[in-house]
Design a protein around this ligand. Structure first.
Ligand code: ADP
Ligand code: MG
Length: 289
C-alpha cells in the first residue's frame, strides 16, 4: 500500500472516531480473521448495579453490605463500585488488596473481609450453605454476576450485580459477521453470565471463567492455530491480551493501560467501530492495489 493511501485511511478513521496508531496498524487490520471481544465494558456498559443481596441463615443483610461495601470502596472494578455505592460504608479499610479477576480483601472493623468470585471464597473457606448456593444458581439463570462476601472463614452473603449490554453491541456483532468474522466472547465472569450476554447480542462462541493472565493464553492459542487475531478490550486486565493480539483494539472509554497497549482506539467506546475499522482497512488497501 502506498503511504498516501494509508494516510487517507488513517484520516478517514479519525472521522469515524477510530484512532489508528500508525499506518502498519491499518495494514494489519485488513488481515484479521478472528475477533475476540472482552465482555465487561466492551460488549456491556461496564456500569454495574447491585440488584440483590442474599444472606446466609443468621446473617444480617445490612452488616454484609456495610463490610463488603467498605472493602469494595478501594476497588477500581465496576463490580466493586456497584457494591461500594450500595453499601455507603464509611468504615476504614486496612491491608487492602485487589486480587485481579478474583475479587478484593481487606481488614474492616477488626475482621478480614473478602468479596469475590464464588470459586475464590469456596477455595478458601469450603462449601457454601444451600441458601447461598441457590442464590448463585438464580443469579446465573438470569445472567447476573454473583459475588460472594464473607469474613473470618465464612461466606456470609451473595451480592448480585447486573450490567447492561450496550445498545449498539448486537449491531456490531451483525456487522462483524457480515464481514465474514465470527466473534468470540472472552470473560473472567462465570460461564452462565457469558452465555447470557452472548445470546443477547448474537455471539455463538464463549470462553468464560478466564483469569486475567489467561486472556493472553487464549489469544496465543488462537494464533498457534493459524488465526490472525484482533482483541477488543477496555480493562487493565485486557492490556496483555491486547498487546499479544495481532491487532489490539481498545475502548476510548476504557483504562489507560488498555489504550496504551492497543493499535486502534474506538474513541466513543462503540463496538461498531471495530467493524468500521476492518471495513475501512479493506477498502483503503484494495483501492491502492
Ligand atoms: P471481565 O473479564 O468480564 O472484565 P474480570 O476479569 O474483571 O471480568 O473479573 C472476573 C470475575 O472476578 C468477576 O466476574 C467477579 O466474579 C470477580 N471480581 C473481580 N473484581 C471483583 C471485585 N472488585 N469484587 C468482587 N468480585 C470481583
Ligand atoms: Mg472489560
Amino acid at each position: 500500500a502506498t503511504p498516501t493511501a494509508l494516510l487517507v485511511g488513517t484520516g478517514r478513521g479519525a472521522q469515524l472516531g477510530i484512532l489508528i496508531r500508525g499506518p502498519e496498524a491499518l495494514e494489519r487490520t485488513r488481515t484479521v480473521d478472528t475477533v475476540v471481544l472482552d465482555k465487561t465494558g466492551t460488549v456491556t456498559e461496564g456500569r454495574m448495579t447491585l440488584t440483590d443481596v442474599v444472606v446466609a441463615d443468621g446473617e444480617d443483610r445490612a452488616e454484609v453490605l456495610l463490610l463488603t461495601g467498605a472493602v469494595e470502596r478501594a476497588s477500581e472494578h465496576p463490580i466493586g463500585r456497584a457494591i461500594a455505592d450500595a453499601g455507603r460504608s464509611a468504615l476504614p479499610v486496612e491491608e487492602f488488596s485487589a486480587l485481579p479477576g478474583l475479587g478484593v480483601q481487606g481488614r474492616v472493623a477488626g475482621k478480614t473481609v473478602v468479596a469475590g468470585r464464588p470459586s475464590l471464597v469456596v477455595e478458601r473457606w469450603g462449601h457454601l450453605t444451600p441458601v447461598l448456593e441457590r442464590a448463585l444458581a438464580e443469579a446465573g439463570s438470569i445472567g447476573a454476576t454473583a459475588v460472594v462476601g464473607g469474613w473470618e472463614g465464612m461466606a456470609r452473603g451473595v451480592l448480585v450485580v447486573t450490567d447492561t449490554v450496550k445498545p449498539s453491541s448486537a449491531q456490531a456483532v451483525r456487522d462483524l459477521k457480515a464481514l465474514g468474522l465470527s466473534p468470540i466472547l472472552l470473560t473472567g465472569d462465570h460461564p452462565s453470565v457469558g452465555e447470557a450476554v452472548a445470546a443477547e447480542v448474537g455471539i455463538d462462541s464463549v470462553i468464560a471463567g478466564v483469569l486475567p493472565e489467561g486472556k493472553v493464553d487464549v489469544i496465543r492459542d488462537l494464533q498457534r492455530r493459524g488465526r490472525v487475531v484482533a482483541m477488543v478490550g477496555d480493562g487493565v486486565n485486557d492490556a496483555a491480551a491486547l498487546a499479544q493480539a495481532d491487532l489490539g483494539i481498545s475502548m476510548g472509554t476504557g483504562s489507560d493501560a488498555a489504550i496504551e497497549a492497543s493499535d486502534l482506539t474506538l474513541v466513543r467506546g462503540d463496538l461498531c467501530g471495530a467493524a468500521d475499522a476492518i471495513r475501512l482497512s479493506r477498502c483503503t488497501l484494495s483501492i491502492i492495489k
